[in-house]
Design a protein around this ligand. Structure first.
Ligand code: HEM
Length: 507
């Protein structure tokens, strides 16, 4: 009997108590099998982190299966670690329990390929190459103004037609994805997708579904990643995600083949041409250390394009979706923005990037939408490649580090009354009495440090040009069920629940 009690006691403490490592940050001591102490996050990641921060402080620890996770919630520490190489890695897949699943899902090679998930020389080379060549084609520069405005025009045209045909009741869901992606796709592939094409719309619906399926803080995936590969592959959700990856990679490989046949090495037309040229060079020179060489070169190409595809459409489109929610919840702020647009731009042309410096209120409004819309609450997870000291804490190798962006974006220390929608917090009056936009160091919406968002400049241009044109041209009437500013699902991104609204073209 005593032996049984002893056995149960040992089993209980093994399964239900955290095995804390010396120097580990504080966190809950109780855990449940498989999910670990991450159960304390609850179903809403943002609220869960806020609650645990209150209890355990700015840096706390949770476990999830075999993963050890640390959450960093204060700006000073994030600014410090964002600059450190030790905190700029992603999880090293070769040492992760799910390396085979990851290989199967994303067709990765020696390690993770592309930009978002890669490390070391591959990451540096792919990130630098992509940024440099995208910039050659105008990425984030004022010369992209016309290209984005063309997409804005298409969207406005499409909306006006829909208004004429159904009295203007719109279902807002993946409304902006295709238009936003086109701005990037044109400089990546030289092409645009038809925003009214049902098959293309389906592609983006699947992408959004994939983001949402990481819901409940990605538990399903994390649990799946802790199962043996043969079992994990049988999970229908993973199978669906695999199908999505396969189709998307196929699309990118076809584009590559088409580009290869028409590419002029002296005159690259777009990013895919630049890839063709660099991969040919690596092959001809037998540059085996290059991330463009051989099979790895192919995997880096498809994964880099996949990263641009997933990162470059969903976040910006979701921010625009939040903008419509904010327009309906705070009509006075948008009325003021519209007056500014009417004064600076007028009604005879669309807003251009050159108007931006003259529209401080609109700029402040965008910042407040980004702060409160908060579409990437923990950005992309980081990991430490080697054991490292973080203040008084010791983080073991492969600890996952979450940059808790929401905690900074809603910190009253930086944004008094953070729950209030107040564009004025980003405004000041200069000595001559002129209203000016005041940037804020805590607006870390795009992450910070070495892994800061690669698409920041483009995303800001897109947000400005699309939103300013929408405010200039349309009014919105909420239909029943329009979400409040906290009605959302929280997964990798924070998404407003899909809603209907009446859109009215301004006379
Ligand atoms: C409003 C729109 C956007 C938001 C809020 C956003 C936010 C973020 C955040 C928080 C990160 C993670 C930073 C970190 O790891 O600490 C990130 C990474 C990244 N973003 Fe964005 N992003 C946006 C738009 C874009 C666009 C338009 C592109 C493509 C052109 C893009 C490409 C990337 C890439 C490639 C990374 C990975 C960077 C790396 O690992 O080195 N993003 N983004």
């Amino acid at each position: 009997m005593w032996l049984l009690i002893l056995f149960l006691g040992v089993a209980f403490s093994y399964f239900f108590f955290e095995k804390k490592r010396p120097g580990s940050p504080p966190g809950p001591m109780i855990r449940v099998p498989i999910i670990g102490s991450a159960i304390f996050l609850g179903s809403n990641l943002v609220e869960g982190i806020a609650k645990l921060r209150k209890k355990y402080g700015d840096i706390f620890h949770l476990s999830l299966g075999s993963f050890s996770m640390v959450y960093v919630c204060d700006l000073d520490t994030l600014e410090k670690i964002g600059k450190m190489d030790e905190f700029s890695s992603r999880m090293e897949i070769e040492r992760a329990p799910f390396k085979d699943i990851n290989r199967w899902l994303r067709e990765t090679g020696k390690s993770t390929n592309g930009i978002i998930g890669s490390n070391g020389d591959t990451w540096k080379e792919q990130r630098r190459f992509t940024l440099r060549h995208l910039k050659d084609f105008g990425f984030g520069k004022t010369s992209m103004d016309d290209l984005i405005i063309d997409e804005v025009k298409e969207l406005i045209h499409d909306w006006r037609q829909t208004i004429a045909s159904n009295e203007g009741t719109f279902h807002f869901d993946n409304t902006f994805n295709l238009s936003v992606f086109n701005c990037l796709w044109k400089i990546v592939s030289g092409k645009r997708l038809d925003i009214t094409d049902k098959l293309e719309q389906e592609r983006f619906r699947e992408l959004s579904e994939m983001f949402a399926s990481f819901g409940a803080t990605g538990f399903i995936m994390m649990i799946a990643f802790n199962l043996p590969t043969c079992m994990a592959k049988k999970i229908p959700l993973l199978d669906k995600i695999k199908g999505f990856h396969t189709r998307t990679f196929q699309w990118f490989r076809e584009e590559y083949e088409k580009h290869k046949q028409t590419c002029d090495p002296g005159n690259p037309r777009d990013l895919i041409d630049a890839f063709v040229i660099e991969r040919n060079r690596a092959e001809e020179e037998m540059d085996v250390n290059s991330s463009f060489y051989g099979k790895e070169g192919d995997l880096n190409y498809i994964n880099t394009l996949f990263d641009l595809f997933i990162a470059g459409s969903e976040t910006t489109s979701t921010t625009l979706l939040w903008s419509v929610v904010f327009i309906m919840n705070f009509p006075e702020a948008f009325e003021r923005a519209r007056l500014e647009i009417d004064e600076v731009v007028g009604r005879s042309r669309l807003p251009s990037i050159h108007d931006r410096p003259n529209m401080p209120y609109f700029e402040a409004l965008m910042s407040e939408i980004m702060r409160m819309g908060n579409v990437a609450p923990i950005g992309v997870v980081h990991s430490v490649e080697k054991a490292v000291q973080l203040d008084e804490f010791r983080l073991q190798q492969d600890t996952i580090v979450h940059f808790c962006l929401t905690e900074v974006l809603s910190d009253p220390k930086y944004f008094p009354n953070p729950e209030q929608f107040k564009p004025e917090r980003f405004l000041e009056t200069d000595p001559s009495g002129k209203l000016t936009y005041k940037p804020h160091r805590a607006l870390i919406y795009f992450g910070l440090g070495k892994r800061e968002c690669l698409g920041k400049a483009l995303a800001k241009m897109e947000l400005f040009l699309f939103l300013a044109a929408i405010v200039q041209n349309f009014d919105f009437e909420p239909a029943p069920g329009v979400p409040g500013i906290n009605d959302c699902t929280v997964a990798i991104t924070r998404l407003p629940i899909p809603f209907d609204a009446k859109v009215i073209a301004r006379k």
